[in-house]
Design a protein around this ligand. Sequence first.
Ligand code: ATP
Ligand code: MG
Length: 314
Amino acid sequence: MPDREEIVTLTLNPALDQVCWVDEIEEEVKIRAHGSSFEPGGGGINVARALHQLDVETTAYWSQGAETGHMMGRLLDQEGVDHHPVDIEATTRVNLAVFADHNGDRELMFNMPGAPLTADEVDRWLHVVDGIDARFAVLSGSRPPDSGHIYGQITRQLTRRSKVILDTSGPGLEQALEEGVFLAKPNREELIALAGRDAATPSGLEAAARDLIETGMAEIVVVSLAGEGALAVTDGGSVRVDAPVVEAKSNVGAGDSMVAGLTRKLSGGFQVEEAVRYGVAAGADAARRPGTELCTRDGVRELLAGTTLHRSLP
Ligand SMILES: Nc1ncnc2c1ncn2[C@@H]1O[C@H](COP(=O)(O)OP(=O)(O)OP(=O)(O)O)[C@@H](O)[C@H]1O
Ligand SMILES: [Mg+2]
């Protein structure tokens, strides 16, 4: 049996992101890009990349499909991110992100659905997950289409040995929560979609997060609130962390950077408050960077002092 790992991430529906830069995003004209690159993407892949930038090494488990999958593997190797591909037959999806220099922070994101996993591939994933022995397992990103109850099955296996940190939406979020996770990080819209319109007010949002704790679905719920920071609820109470004021350039990567920041501190043995402050600063650092750029260690350190913590006792 190999040594126990500290942190792994799992990405069932990764994407090779083609990122390009244009002067302006305009309709009905030929838009010429003046720069473009390929980047590895998808929830857990980005969390692993952000953790790498924060000097924390992980193993990223991900579905690797055909040529685009191989390209993504090479890009991860070049970045120095340790990874474990799970082979699938279909081609790893390619998403397109278009960023404009001149018209403010306009961006266009085209996210493809990704390939369904075959029954054999689901078994392959479950076999791989069965072999994972890590203190923290970050399950992040969308579910492949038509993949049934796979987030529930995977979470059930992971929770035997790992503290599961969950960042997904829709049925995948519901399935995983039913198994009980260590930490869930919905954003405001994801929590409203899960809990209903009552969660649309500040007190309703907190009540919805608390409900997840009381029903055993999560030990910690961190609701990310974009430029407003985050709300964290545990059975010991709740805290609000205001985000530092930054000149936001692109929200892309903010959520994944936040999850990386949270995971780094929790794995370092810090209290929830400290982890949430660090996560908020990491998200803000990604938001102030252009395009798909994730947080950096120096950037997070710089922003940490600009976060404010408000505690409300139970
Ligand atoms: N404009 C901003 N200013 C300051 N901080 C921000 C801003 N946008 C995001 N953040 C930080 O990043 C964190 C995550 O952002 P957000 O709530 O948008 O996540 P998300 O909706 O999951 O994002 P993603 O689209 O990447 O999944 C926030 O909690 C906050 O700390
Ligand atoms: Mg998100």
